[in-house]
Write a protein that binds this ligand. Structure first.
Ligand SMILES: Nc1ncnc2c1ncn2[C@@H]1O[C@H](COP(=O)(O)OP(=O)(O)OP(=O)(O)O)[C@@H](O)[C@H]1O
Length: 262
């Protein structure tokens, strides 16, 4: 299990600063909900962690060690709102999961000695089946391409692919926003169960505070690219300290702060 620590993360697009000097610690095995209004920088911060947005300044540490972008983003995996962003529409879902499994490079790059190739392939197929089963997809469907699946099933496969890389940290960016309300709950329950079972740290990005409350140990609030509040979920949602948090909460009547809010 590992923590995620962001120190002084800043992202600029030209003269526009999308994320400004963000410090944030996601303790190991816990979930931090990242909330904020539209355009507050949530996605940009998530992308900056994995090198998909240009980090102008700052450091990312996983388990206390600075991540090395040259070694890929194995320890931190990101799942997007749109599963097509992480799944190749032409690739079978089993192959997509297999591709993410850590292991030796392709045989032609690194000759394999010892276990016969067939046994190695069987072991890999079993791993793929395990990850598909983990997210509730029948491994017998491994040859299907994403277009044969529903939106919820696609998002489950995107999750399986991310988890197959055995990440220490998962960043989930609005992963249920594009799904029918009827399947959102099932995907969120799955995510919560997997996070508890596998113990990865998670940065859960969402504009939906009810969902954030359900999943998160702590809540971090972005406004104009700056982190304006961060604390235990219950405290932040019951007694928000920053006006931005109060405004976000006022849009969710059932979560509006109680009378003891200051
Ligand atoms: N590639 C880019 N080039 C220039 N500006 C960008 C780029 N990506 C994002 N931005 C800007 O950075 C700001 C933050 O965007 P971001 O998508 O991170 O916000 P967000 O909080 O995730 O919003 P939403 O909830 O609407 O998805 C916005 O003003 C956006 O227009």
């Amino acid at each position: 299990m590992s923590s995620l620590e962001l120190r002084g993360i800043t992202v600029r697009y030209g003269r526009f600063t999308a994320v400004q000097d963000v410090d944030l610690l996601v303790p190991e095995g816990t979930v931090t909900g990242l909330v904020g209004g539209s355009g507050s920088g949530k996605s940009t911060l998530g992308k900056a962690v994995v090198g998909l947005a240009p980090r102008t300044a700052g450091r990312v540490l996983v388990a206390g060690r600075e991540t090395d972008r040259r070694r890929g983003r194995g320890p931190v995996q990101l799942v997007f709102q749109n599963p097509y962003a992480s799944l190749d529409p032409r690739m079978g879902i089993g192959a997509a999961v297999a591709e993410a499994l850590p292991g030796p490079a392709a045989p032609r790059l690194r000759p394999f000695r010892g276990t016969p190739a067939r046994a190695r392939r069987a072991a890999r197929d079993a791993e793929v089946a395990r990850y598909l089963e983990l997210v509730g997809i029948d491994p017998a469907r491994a040859a299907l391409t994403p277009d044969a699946l529903s939106g919820g099933q696609r998002q489950r496969v995107a999750l399986a692919r991310a988890l197959a890389a055995r990440p220490a940290v998962l960043i989930a960016d609005e992963i249920t926003s594009a799904l029918d309300v009827s399947v959102q709950g099932a995907v969120l329950n799955l995510l919560r169960r997997l996070q508890r079972e596998l113990g990865f740290a998670m940065l859960f990005i969402s504009h939906n505070l009810a969902v954030v409350r359900y999943l998160s140990d702590q809540v971090a609030v972005l406004d104009g690219g700056r982190l304006v509040e961060c604390g235990p979920t219950d405290r932040v949602l019951r007694r928000p300290a920053h006006p931005t948090t109060r405004t976000l909460l006022s849009c969710v009547p059932t979560l509006a702060p109680t009378e003891d809010a200051s």
